[in-house]
Design a protein around this ligand. Structure first.
Ligand code: 2IO
Length: 402
């Protein structure tokens, strides 16, 4: 089964409103082939889950061309076996315990500083005035990088992010992205060498000095991981925050409940991640022929897991197109159900290593913002628009409040 004649996930229609097409894809083209990029798009929850958990049959080999050129080295998601286990543990350590407590303090300080000028005005663009600079500031603090360089680092980062999140890239844009990555690497390497000699409390120092089962990180490993953290902690962060606030504005009864009982916030965040995951695609490569819903995906193929479509599969979630922070199949109250969990952080061996940090970040920021944004609503002339196929979120979110 293929898509309706002529349908393409690369079309402008799909980019304008992908959620309108997900049911059709799951029902009529669960293995959608895109000839222009010779790739397969999977949209059913069970198929996506299978690809992400069977890491023998579906590898991360595709990252060698989709990520390594801008990461300037191998990232965690490309590794397997003992090396992966050891290095993943080192990264986990950099995002837990005292390190995480310090990171949360940095999140609070940056959020307070960035929102302050907008409070007396009663108006803010939550994406461009707040979320984007916040994501960069917080990431720089986590890495222990100087905030005076933030605009330069942000510019290099957008080149790196463009490379990872582009489905098609012109030779000119590709060159631009690689230039950004090379300059970022040249900026980072002397810093890494300096932290090796004089380690501090930051993540770069942790990665430089840590060892697990006798395995340590090389300079190339650290460079790649730092660029990975920079992209992963920056690119989806403003989107998740803006989507959470948008959904709560669009569902005033649920906004009122969260205001009244802040312990509902984690469920509201989890439901936002299910309903509108900021990372919409996860790539894999098939290591043998594989059959999905009667269609064979050949060995060596590039597969894109469609997280947004899988998260709205009625076989996994009841009333999947409804935003409901009280839904019982979310996984927040998982103990008494065998129900599905959202796939916004992926699943399996390579499930997002920064998930706990991401949750802490958005929880901290949302808990600060919601009480400050009293009577929050869209600004009068605001028109909501989302962009992006790989990562997707609001282009802006203009809010008025009292
Ligand atoms: C290079 C889209 C920024 C990640 C990859 C291994 C990156 C990896 C992701 C997310 C967000 C990016 N993939 N985070 O999808 O680290």
């Amino acid at each position: 089964p293929r898509a309706e004649t002529g349908f393409s996930v690369l079309s402008d229609d799909f980019a304008a409103a992908p959620y309108r097409y997900f049911a059709g894809l799951r029902e009529r083209a669960p293995v959608h082939y895109e000839p222009a990029i010779d790739s397969y798009f999977l949209s059913r929850y069970q198929d996506v889950k299978r690809v992400l958990t069977d890491h023998q049959a579906f590898s991360t080999e595709t990252l060698q061309v989709r990520a390594e050129p801008v990461m300037r080295g191998p990232v965690l998601a490309q590794m397997t076996g003992a090396e992966h286990t050891a290095k993943r543990k080192i990264v986990v350590r950099g995002f837990t315990g005292q390190a995480l407590q310090d990171q949360i303090r940095a999140i609070r300080a940056n959020a307070a500083e960035l929102i302050a000028p907008f409070l007396p005005r009663g108006r803010v663009d939550l994406v461009n005035d707040f979320g984007k600079p916040l994501a960069v500031y917080v990431t720089l603090d986590v890495l222990g990088l100087d905030k005076k360089d933030w605009q330069q680092v942000a510019a290099w980062h957008s080149g790196v992010a463009e490379f990872i999140t582009s489905i098609v890239l012109t030779p000119e844009r590709r060159r631009h992205c690689l230039d950004c990555a090379e300059q970022l690497e040249a900026y980072l390497v002397p810093l890494i060498e300096q932290r090796r000699r004089h380690p501090g409390e930051d993540l770069i120092s942790t990665l430089c000095t840590a060892e697990f089962d006798g395995i340590a990180m090389s300079n190339r490993d650290v460079t790649a991981l730092i660029i990975n953290v920079l992209a992963a902690a920056t690119e989806p962060a403003d989107k998740t925050l803006a989507l959470l606030i948008k959904h709560l504005i669009d569902h005033p009864e649920q906004m009122a409940q969260v205001r009244q009982d802040p312990t509902l916030l984690p469920a509201a965040i989890a439901e936002t991640l299910r309903y509108t995951p900021p990372v919409q695609l996860i790539p894999r490569q098939s290591e043998k022929d594989a059959v999905f819903a009667g269609t064979t995906v050949p060995v060596g193929a590039t597969i894109f897991c469609m997280i947004g479509a899988a998260n709205r599969d009625p076989d996994a979630f009841t009333a999947p197109d409804t935003f409901d922070i009280h839904r019982p199949d979310l996984g927040t109250a998982r103990s008494f159900t065998a129900a599905a969990q959202h796939l916004a952080f992926g699943t399996g061996l390579h499930q997002c290593v920064g998930a706990a940090f991401a949750r802490a970040e958005i929880e901290t920021v949302a808990a600060m913002l919601i009480p400050l944004l009293d009577q929050v609503h869209y600004s009068p002339d605001f028109r909501y628009r989302e962009t992006g196929l790989y990562t997707r979120g609001p282009a802006s979110l203009s809010l008025d409040f009292t």
